[in-house]
Design a protein around this ligand. Structure first.
Ligand SMILES: [Zn+2]
Length: 307
């Protein structure tokens, strides 16, 4: 009996074979990253690099794929075990530490899934992914789990994460201090990130779309691959008004296209990625990141936009 029968009949034999050869790097194995790791393993992805310096604590258990049996264990080792329980053939490189000290671990990957919460960590991934020509997928969960968003960033077109965050995250600089060990970044009304109250079932709706967009990218070239309407999707768990006058009903989604900022300090024409992370995340830089109106929201409901 082929245990992958249900997946293979959906994806196709070639697509499943393709996924089994792919390496995904997941940075941050909290609620979102852990769920994404397990979901990608259950979809047939064959190789994982997991990077996180945190251990599973009691307060994580009600919002994590790993339960009490994994208390005190590094989150990467808990996630590695959960991956192996679903796909014993998967290879997992579990790296206990911070991305900055293990950048070489990204070298064999074809995609980075950012499971981290803080903006600084996302900026680190942005710089590292661009340097290696890796596509990266980022997610954020809004305050109290009321919704969230996912952006897929190509290394060579469209916005980088810094361009994107300048438009979709307010007061980015304020989100940076002390953000290292939070639980799947829920973003407050002023743009700051804190370990917000919220339910697992609301987080994982965003995390499932996060993993699905990563999976879809890994399926490029296969009939099952879908073109996406734009680079960013906003998911509502409750009614959300992200843009003035546009209410997104509960359980629905809105796609938006965020443009590249030509004055971006990471990917802009005059900088070419020469700025240090400290310069990029300082307040001065945040102000300097540009004010180009690059966001378009009203004209995307028809799904005709091409990313
Ligand atoms: Zn940029």
């Amino acid at each position: 009996m082929n245990e992958w029968d249900r997946v293979e009949r959906y994806l196709g034999q070639d697509a499943l074979a393709q996924l089994s050869q792919k390496t995904v790097a997941i940075v941050g194995l909290g609620s979102g990253g852990g769920f994404a790791a397990q979901s990608l393993a259950m979809s047939g992805v064959g190789h994982f690099v997991l990077i996180d310096d945190d251990k599973l604590e009691l307060t994580n258990v009600v919002r994590h794929v790993a339960d009490r049996r994994y208390l005190g264990m590094p989150k990467v080792e808990a996630a590695a075990d959960l991956i192996k329980q679903r796909n014993p053939k998967a290879s997992v490189d579990a790296v206990i530490g911070r991305l900055a000290n293990h950048l070489d671990k990204l070298d064999g990957a074809v995609l980075v899934l950012a499971g981290v919460d803080g903006e600084r960590s996302k900026y680190e991934i942005n710089v590292a992914a661009r340097a290696r020509n890796l596509t990266a997928v980022y997610a954020g969960v809004y305050e109290r789990g009321e919704g969230g968003d996912i952006v897929l960033v190509h290394p060579d077109r469209g916005p980088c994460y810094a361009c994107w965050a300048e438009r979709l995250r307010e007061n980015v600089a304020e989100a940076i201090p002390g953000e290292t060990n939070l639980d799947y970044g829920m973003i407050g009304p002023d743009g700051t990130i804190a370990a917000e109250p919220g339910l697992w079932l609301h987080v994982v709706r965003v995390a499932a779309a996060h993993a699905d967009r990563a999976l879809n990218h890994l399926l490029l070239g296969q009939p099952i691959h879908r073109d996406e309407p734009a680079n960013t999707v906003i998911l509502a768990n409750v009614a959300l008004e992200i843009f003035a006058g546009i209410t997104i009903p509960p359980y629905s989604a809105q796609w938006i296209e965020v443009d590249r900022n030509p004055r971006c300090l990471v990917c802009g024409d005059q900088y070419k990625g020469q700025m240090s992370l400290e310069e990029l995340t300082g307040e001065q830089s945040t102000q300097e990141l540009g004010t180009n109106p690059g966001l378009s929201a009203g004209n995307i409901a028809d799904g005709q936009r091409d990313s």
